[in-house]
Design a protein around this ligand. Structure first.
Ligand code: SF4
Ligand code: SF4
Ligand code: SF4
Length: 317
């Protein structure tokens, strides 16, 4: 095997740019950000050409919807970046920062309750790009799921959003039918006819909206779209299920502001090296929720961003 020539310092420098060393070699995998797992045919062609021109011809897909081109020699890194930039593609996605956003295909999925590609693109612009120079105690992963089916496991991310449709039940239209079609349509058995009237048990209902339009007497004709937000999930060496904030947000702006507040809180109150789950555990969920629902963190945004914190974060990949 040829002697390795890239210094540890240079390896670290290019890692921060999204180039991960291929073990035992002087070559690197270039991690390309897809924004939300959606790339054009022209971008795919460009990645394929770049893989043949600069790498070993292999393209791999990561669990967080990025694309890695393997086998790029150290001295070809800048050229590779310039080549993919022609199609608007960039590398990155490493370090103790907001990581690439993961989204399910809720925009086109029959169960989708929100435009997951559109929302994740907004999150990407505002928090992946917008917070790219903001150092955090550890990595911060965000996922957007179109409905409570949880295909992209939003509750196993530092912050996860799940599309909601809250059924609006008109009691006056309910006849307490022997065979209730709403009851039959509810996958969680949250809707049941009790004492001659339909009841929805809010402690079971996950706002999937599947019951809407199912009553032949129009007792559930409509529903309000919303966003449920989970905080403090993580996967990996230590697993933690995120916990949902008690409020279901019906305004997109408000939901986006909660994400920003969560990042600011993590930066300000997280200890270097800990994941958000641990920060929440230390501070207490109720305390964190209270801060995320008030405006204090956003009012102090500049002060939090200006502080000298987490100069070396805890992320190792
Ligand atoms: S989470 Fe829901 S909307 Fe997203 S892909 Fe799965 S079923 Fe479809
Ligand atoms: S919700 Fe509709 S189908 Fe169900 S019991 Fe009431 S009227 Fe009948
Ligand atoms: S929203 Fe979903 S879980 Fe809730 S009552 Fe309707 S079908 Fe059942």
């Amino acid at each position: 095997m040829a002697a390795l020539t890239v210094s540890a310092e240079d390896e670290k420098r290019v890692k921060a740019m999204g180039f991960l060393n291929n073990k035992g070699t002087d070559n690197f995998s270039g991690r390309i950000i897809t924004v939300n797992g959606k790339i054009t045919a022209a971008q795919q062609r460009c990645i394929a050409e770049a893989a043949e021109k600069f790498g070993n011809g292999i393209v791999t897909f990561t669990t967080r919807l990025t694309v890695e081109v393997q086998g790029i020699p150290y001295d070809k890194i800048e050229e590779f970046q310039a080549f993919i930039a022609k199609e608007g593609l960039v590398t990155g996605g490493t370090g103790s920062l907001v990581r690439p956003v993961v989204a399910c295909k809720g925009t086109t999925c029959q169960y989708g309750l929100l435009d997951s590609f559109g929302l994740s693109e907004e999150i990407h612009k505002r928090f992946y790009e917008g917070y790219h120079t903001v150092k955090l105690p550890h990595k911060f992963k965000i996922a957007v799921g179109g409905c409570p089916n949880n295909c992209v496991k939003p509750d196993l991310n530092d912050l996860g959003i799940i599309g909601q449709r809250i059924p609006e039940f008109d009691e006056d239209s309910c006849n307490g039918c022997k065979k209730c079609t709403v009851e039959a349509a509810c996958p969680l058995k949250a809707a049941r006819v009790v004492d001659g009237i339909l009841e929805i048990d809010k402690s079971i209902c996950n706002n999937c909206g599947r019951c809407i339009g199912k009553c032949r007497f129009d007792a559930i004709e409509d529903g309000v779209y919303g966003y449920k937000i989970y905080i403090g999930g993580r996967w990996g060496k230590k697993i933690a299920h995120g916990r949902a904030l008690s409020k279901v947000f019906t305004s997109k702006e408000e939901a986006l502001d909660v994400i920003e507040k969560a990042i600011l809180l993590f930066r300000e109150q997280g200890e270097t090296g800990e994941r958000f789950a641990r920060t929440i555990e230390r501070l207490g969920f109720e305390n964190v929720e209270k801060q995320l629902l008030s405006n204090d963190l956003l009012e102090r945004k500049q002060e939090i961003l200006d502080a000298k914190l987490h100069l070396v974060g805890g992320a190792t990949c």
